[in-house]
Ligand binder design. Structure first.
Ligand SMILES: Nc1nc2c(ncn2[C@@H]2O[C@H](COP(=O)(O)OP(=O)(O)OP(=O)(O)O)[C@@H](O)[C@H]2O)c(=O)[nH]1
Ligand SMILES: [K+]
Ligand SMILES: [Mg+2]
Length: 423
C-alpha cells in the first residue's frame, strides 16, 4: 500500500494550510520533515526542513493506525497558509521514497476500505463539505454519523435471521417441520418493512434538502410576479415592466430561507395568448409550477389560473393599491410571506430521514418491493418458503448495495453462522 499525501485545505492564501500524509510510511515521512514526532493525537510545534533547509514552523499532529480518519497511520502538518510553503512541503514529501500524491477522494476511499466509513457516510461527508445551509449541514452530519448504516444493519440482522428460519424449513420439507416459523418470520419482515417504508418516504424530502425546494410564483400577466421575485432576492434578478407578458423564460433565484435551500421561480403570466413565444413561455410556466414543491399564487383580482395544491399560498398582490395582501414594490407583507413559505417547507423538512440520495431511495424501494413479495410468499404456506427466502435475499442484497457491501459470500457466511435450529 502506497503512502499518499495531499493538501487537505483549500488552495490559495490562507491563515493555515493543512497537508495530510496517510499510509504505512506516514510516520517515517513525517520524521524526515519534522524530526521526532509528537505522541499520537497530540500536537507539537516543529521546524519542517527539506534537508538542512528550513521550510516553515508548523504544528505537527499524528494519528496511529486504527485511530485516524483513513484507519492508517496519519501525519498532519498545519502550516502557514502560503502557496510557497505548501508547494515546498509537497515537493519535499514527493522526494521521500514510497510516497506519492493522493488521487482525488483517495483518503476517503481508504477510510471506506478500512471500514472507518460506509458508503452512505462517504456520501454524508461529501454533502457536509458541499453544505451551504443549516438544514443541509444538519442532514449531512446525521448521515456522516452513520445513522443510515445503523438502521440498515438492524434491518439486515432481522432479515438474515428470517432467511435462516426459512432456509431451515426448506431443508425439512420432506419430513415433519419441527416448528412453524412463519409468525416469527412475518414479524421480522413487517418490522423491517415499516422502517424501510418510512425511510423511502423521507428520502424524497431529504433529496429536497440536498438540492433545494422549488417555490414557483404564478399569476396573471402584470400581477407583479417579477417585482416580487426581485424583492425576495434583494436584487434586480428579473426584468419588470408595465407591459403584460414581460417574463417568458422561467427565472431561478437561489435563496436560504431559515436554513432551507430554496429556489424561487419567476414565471410567465398565465393567460390566453396569440403570441407564439409567449405561449411557449406559458407552457413552461405551467409545467415548472406543477412540478414545484410549492406555488405562490399572486392575485390581481382575477380567478386562479391553476388549482392550488396542499400547502400552496394564495395572496393578493399590489397591496399599496388594493389595500390588502402583499406588495413587491413597497415590501409590505413580505416578511409574513417568507414566514409562510418557511413554515410549510420546514414542516415537510421535518419528515426527512437518513436516506438522502436518489441512490438510497432506489435501493430502499427495491428492498421494499422484495419484502412485500416475501410477505405474500410467507403467508401462502410453508411450501412457498423457498420463494420467500429468495425475496428476502433480494432485500438483503438491496440493503447491501445501499451500504456499499455487495459481497454475496459475506451474506452467505452470516446466514450459515446464524443457523440456530440445531442444524
Ligand atoms: N403599485 C404597485 N405596482 C407594482 C407592484 N408590483 C409590480 N408593480 C408594477 O406592475 C407592473 C408589472 O410588474 P411585473 O413585476 O413586471 O409583473 P409580472 O407579473 O412579472 O408581469 P409578467 O412578467 O408580464 O407576467 C410593473 O409596472 C410594476 O412596477 C406593487 O406591489 N405595487
Ligand atoms: K410585466
Ligand atoms: Mg414577470
Amino acid at each position: 500500500m502506497d503512502t499518499i499525501f495531499a493538501l487537505a485545505s483549500a488552495r490559495g492564501k490562507a491563515g493555515v494550510a493543512v497537508i495530510r500524509v496517510s499510509g504505512p510510511d506516514a510516520f517515517s515521512a513525517g520524521e524526515v520533515l519534522a524530526g521526532a514526532l509528537p505522541p499520537a493525537r497530540t500536537t507539537g510545534l516543529r521546524t519542517l526542513r527539506n534537508g538542512n533547509d528550513p521550510i516553515d514552523e508548523a504544528l505537527v499532529l499524528s494519528f496511529s493506525e486504527g485511530a485516524s480518519f483513513t484507519g492508517e497511520p496519519v501525519v498532519e502538518f498545519h502550516l502557514h497558509g502560503s502557496t510557497a510553503v505548501v508547494s515546498s512541503v509537497l515537493s519535499t514529501l514527493s522526494s521521500v521514497p514510497g510516497l506519492r500524491m493522493a488521487e482525488p477522494g483517495e483518503f476517503t476511499r481508504r477510510a471506506m476500505e478500512n471500514e472507518r466509513l460506509d458508503l452512505a457516510q462517504v456520501e454524508g461527508l461529501a454533502d457536509l463539505i458541499d453544505s451551504e445551509t443549516e438544514a443541509q449541514r444538519k442532514q449531512a452530519l446525521r448521515v456522516l454519523s452513520g445513522a443510515l448504516g445503523d438502521k440498515t444493519s438492524q434491518w439486515r440482522k432481522d432479515l438474515v435471521r428470517a432467511t435462516a428460519l426459512l432456509e431451515a424449513t426448506i431443508d425439512f420439507a420432506d419430513e415433519e417441520v419441527p416448528v412453524d416459523v412463519s409468525p416469527e418470520v412475518l414479524d421480522l419482515v413487517d418490522r423491517t418493512l415499516a422502517g424501510v417504508r418510512t425511510e423511502t418516504a423521507g428520502a424524497r424530502i431529504s433529496e429536497r434538502i440536498r438540492d433545494g425546494f422549488e417555490v414557483a410564483i404564478v399569476g396573471a400577466p402584470n400581477a407583479g410576479k417579477s417585482t416580487l421575485l426581485n424583492a425576495l432576492a434583494g436584487r434586480d434578478a428579473a426584468i419588470t415592466s408595465e407591459v403584460a407578458g414581460t417574463t417568458r423564460d422561467v427565472l431561478e433565484v437561489r435563496m436560504d430561507l431559515a436554513g432551507l435551500p430554496v429556489t424561487i421561480l419567476d414565471t410567465a403570466g398565465l393567460r390566453e395568448s396569440e403570441d407564439v413565444i409567449e405561449r411557449l413561455g406559458i407552457e413552461r410556466a405551467k409545467a415548472r409550477a406543477a412540478d414545484a414543491d410549492l406555488r405562490i399564487f399572486l392575485l390581481s383580482g382575477e380567478v386562479l389560473p391553476m388549482d392550488p395544491m396542499d400547502g400552496d399560498i394564495v395572496v393578493q398582490g399590489k397591496s399599496d393599491l388594493t389595500g390588502t395582501g402583499i406588495s413587491g414594490k413597497t415590501g409590505e407583507g413580505l416578511d409574513f410571506l417568507v414566514e409562510q413559505i418557511t413554515s410549510v417547507l420546514s414542516e415537510r423538512a421535518s419528515h426527512a430521514g437518513t436516506a438522502i440520495r436518489e441512490r438510497h431511495r432506489v435501493a430502499l424501494s427495491m428492498a421494499q418491493v422484495a419484502l412485500e413479495n416475501a410477505r405474500i410468499e410467507v403467508q401462502s404456506g410453508s411450501e412457498r418458503s423457498e420463494l420467500a427466502a429468495e425475496e428476502l435475499w433480494s432485500a438483503i442484497r438491496a440493503l447491501d448495495a445501499l451500504m456499499g457491501r455487495v459481497d454475496v459470500e459475506v451474506v452467505l457466511d452470516e446466514i450459515f453462522a446464524s443457523f440456530c435450529l440445531g442444524k
